[in-house]
Design a protein around this ligand. Sequence first.
Ligand code: ADP
Length: 553
Amino acid sequence: MAITYALTSILSQQFGVIPPGNATAIFAPSGIALAAVYFFGYKIAPGILLGSFLGNNSLYVPDFGTIGFEKFQFIGLVAALAIGIGAAIEASLGYYLLKRFGNIKNPFGQVRSVWVFVLLSALASCLVNATIGSSSLVFGEFAPPAAHGSIWLTWWLGDAAGIIILTPLLITWRRLPKISNDGSLVLESALAFVALMSIGTVAFVGSFPIEYLLIPIVVYIVLRFGLHGATLATFLVSGFAIWGTVNGNSSFVQADVNDSFLFLQAFISTIIFTALTLAAADSERRLAQGELEATNRNLEKRVIERTQELAIAKEDAESASRAKTLFIAQMSHEFRTPLNAVIGYSDILQMGMLGDMNPDQTERIGFIKQNANRLLGLINDTLDISQIEAGKMTLNESRVDVHHFFEEILQGVKSLTAKKQITIKTHYHPNTPERILIDAPKVQQIVVNLVGNAIKFTPQGEITIEVGAHNAQEWFLRVRDTGIGMSSESIQKIFNEYQRVEKDTKNIEGSGLGLSITKRLVEFLNGRVDVQSEIGKGSVFTITLPLHVIEGA
Ligand code: ADP
């Protein structure tokens, strides 16, 4: 470290030393020292001190001095030592500030960290060294007090420029970029390099004031080649600009050398600062984009996983449902056989075929039969639902005479009204077709369910079965009652399995399956159910089905 520092320090002093004093306009060792602390830690600081001390040998070895002040060697030793301490502090402080306020792992990967580097690690930490250095020269009488201010300024900006130019370059290029074997990318970088060199030559050899043309080229390089491109391109530009200015070939050259170097430093710092900020912003953007893509991939993976889980769950549920349906179907079937026996034997007993019964016995046998019939109805409903669920329903269409069909149903259900004051009648709209093609057993079950409900939920009054055609494609059957009716909330629920309107139906028998079966049958026949009802006034159930009229006799 000491040797590198000393050599680059002597080299830097070969050009750009602004008299009177040892301050250099672009002091490369500062940048190298900060990078060294970054790589090796604070333990490298003594090396920096020693390197600086050796580099300033002109202060205590007058014979080789470039400045020409005849001084005590002892004072020179002290001044060189102080300057060395300043240099070590500068690099350590710069590193500390970057670590404290920036992103030490990736100092140029974030805009914030770039700003911390330029404002704190370069500009702020160099204030300390400039103050120690310039004061040492003045107190050691190596420079006149009147020049203190200008030496201080040059020292400060020179060190800061050294850091801004070299530290990012060294830190970034410690890891080489991935070399692409993409031919077009190589050609692109070659073209960018040629453009940079051409404009640089015109500006800093030809001394034409077109150095601003370098900016778009640098921006392009930054966006295409990232931080490696940014640091290398700006390093080349800086080299060009320094070389041109030192040789008097740039638009920064002024009558006063100090002014020339101020303009030069401003140009270099601005272009590097811009490039680093842009590179950091671009890298942040890429990172965010990468994260977004990763999140998306992850999300996609999770969706696939969940979909698979769902498919498995669905398969499980379906197989459970199939098992349940099969079980119910078999059980219902098994229940019916003994139940039919109970009903049959009750009939035999009731009819007196096994001897006379007294009225009491006949009545009780009647209860047995009634309850057995209820149970049979319940089992039949359950069987129906399970068969529908199992998808075992088939369409069996046949031609029926509409009047005949409905009158027969009416005869069948009339017995249900026996103990009630209910009149039940049919009404055929004039457009009712005579003969139609329907699945008679299913339509019959629908009508029986609806009329059965109408009778159940009408204490007294009138029930009408209406039949007619909506149009050439659809016919309807409508069951109208003047019973207890339903609220609109109840209507939403009644088609669900086992759903009953509790408070209205407490004393009325039923399973809550009838309408659910009805709806499924209607849907199977490609029809629809509409309900209108008003509490206390009655209900109207309308079934609309596709119309297949049969012409002729
Ligand atoms: P269940 O008649 O066995 O209770 P349903 O599925 O046939 O089962 O009917 C469900 C519910 O719909 C009935 O419990 C009743 O609350 C209501 N409901 C059905 N039809 C009528 C009607 N015509 N008038 C009033 N409420 C009815």
